[in-house]
Ligand binder design. Structure first.
Ligand SMILES: [Zn+2]
Length: 106
């Protein structure tokens, strides 16, 4: 049984990790590095754009499937789906943390 001192805590979401972990399982933050708030704001903008592009790609795949196969076939690419999910998940962690900082300041 390890003590709480044996674990690494994520600076962004507070999730505890085993020693030696390099990235957070909860929010994909690099562990053991100070938070870069301006960098996080920029990343938040990028993640929002990626989510929008992934949704657009998904809609184009659905539309393409109907145009090419008239509903009988499906164009299915996992990359836009995976990028969309990862970006949405990271965007959520960043926006939560930045919102918490904003409410603490006011
Ligand atoms: Zn985290």
């Amino acid at each position: 049984m390890g003590s709480p001192m044996d674990t690494l805590k994520c600076e962004l979401c507070g999730l505890e990790h085993m020693p030696g972990a390099t990235r957070c399982d909860g929010c994909d933050q690099v562990l053991g590095q100070p938070l870069d708030i301006p960098g996080m704001r920029e990343e938040l903008r990028q993640m929002r754009l990626r989510v929008l592009l992934s949704v657009a790609a998904l809609l184009l795949m659905i539309l393409g499937s109907f145009v090419l196969f008239e509903g009988a076939g499906v164009i299915y690419l996992t990359a836009p789906i995976a990028i969309g999910f990862h970006s949405a998940w990271r965007w959520r962690a960043l926006s939560r943390h930045l919102r918490t900082l904003a409410t603490r300041r006011t």
